[in-house]
Design a protein around this ligand. Structure first.
Ligand SMILES: Nc1ncnc2c1ncn2[C@@H]1O[C@H](COP(=O)(O)OP(=O)(O)O)[C@@H](O)[C@H]1O
Ligand SMILES: [Mg+2]
Length: 293
């Protein structure tokens, strides 16, 4: 019987933003019937699918517990629910730093806690969030505005993430390295999101992004491999069990790579900015995940 795969989107972008919309066709070419459906669609029985692939579920931030409960209820979910639970809160960066991963210095600021403000420019962003929403950049002379932003995040019951602003992002953006089934597949760069003029796209879910295909230097590729190993180790999974992973790296003041995000939940994988083999590789990784079940 033909395997049935559901690709989970969200109600306002049910087939993603276009980037991996062609995944359904790429899977059909391999004999897999795949269909896009919003994760919170009440008429879909997600337990009946052979595999449910988390893809464009980008509206979960405001209702994370509901989303994670849904994840728990889907036996064929990839990446699986415990991975989503750990990875949908940027506090995982602190876990990875404790594992020895070079991470952008990260302080979690809970409501009522007084942060240690970095000496230079810094970023405040919600610990649960995506698409740059709620992220803001401040200079050392803007502490009043920063306190206001912090209070606004706390008013929304958010823990805040406080990081020194990495100036290299203004020059070269960040580099996203995509792993499929634990193997490096392709990479793309993303321009700075917190410089002047960044705006949310029409859906309001993510800011307009300047993406381009990238050929990351060895130091970045090695840092991404190390970060992925550390995450798999922390989660107690074999990294080949992770259908997809995106490791976002920036360069610190000394030029060494630092982890900005390790996305295991619903990362955009940049197929529009990848070689034409990338999408078929993803389809093959889905087949491998089906074969494991
Ligand atoms: N510490 C930082 N230094 C420089 N730029 C940052 C920093 N934190 C966030 N940014 C910018 O804000 C964007 C969004 O932050 P990020 O941590 O990637 O969260 P998300 O993508 O989940 O919203 C990044 O793509 C980057 O351009
Ligand atoms: Mg990001």
């Amino acid at each position: 019987m033909m395997a049935r795969v559901l690709l989970a989107g969200c109600a306002c972008l049910p087939t993603s933003d276009g980037d991996d919309t062609p995944l359904a066709d790429a899977l059909a070419e391999l004999g897999v019937a795949a269909e896009w459906v919003p994760w919170d669609d009440p008429d879909t029985d997600f337990t009946a699918a052979d595999l449910v692939v988390l893809r464009a579920t980008w509206d979960y931030a405001a209702r994370r517990e509901e989303f994670l409960k849904w994840c728990d209820s889907v036996p064929g979910l990839v990446n699986p629910a415990p991975v989503a639970r750990w990875n949908t809160d940027k506090s995982y960066l602190v876990d990875l730093a404790a594992q020895g991963v070079p991470v952008v210095p990260t302080e979690l600021v809970a409501p009522d806690a007084e942060p240690t403000w970095p000496a230079g420019e810094f970023v405040l962003k919600p610990s649960v969030g995506a698409g740059s929403r709620g992220a803001a950049r401040f200079g050392p002379d803007q502490l009043d505005a920063a306190r206001g932003h912090l209070a606004a995040l706390h008013d929304r019951n958010q823990v805040a993430v406080l990081q020194p602003y990495q100036a290299a992002v203004d020059r070269e953006g960040e580099t996203a390295l995509v792993f499929l089934g634990g193997h490096f597949s392709h990479a793309f760069s993303k321009g700075p999101m917190l410089s002047d003029g960044s705006e949310l796209d029409a859906s309001g879910l993510f800011a307009g992004e300047k993406l381009a295909q990238a050929r990351p230097a060895a130091a970045l590729r090695r840092a991404a491999e190390d970060a992925l190993d550390a995450a798999a180790d922390f989660l107690g999974v074999d990294r080949t069990e992770l259908l997809y992973a995106r490791v976002d790296l920036v360069r610190g003041a000394d030029g060494a790579p630092l982890l900005l995000e390790l996305e295991l939940t619903e990362p955009s994988l940049g197929f529009r900015h990848a070689d034409p083999g990338a999408l078929p590789r993803f389809a093959s990784a889905v087949r491998a995940a089906l074969a494991r079940r």
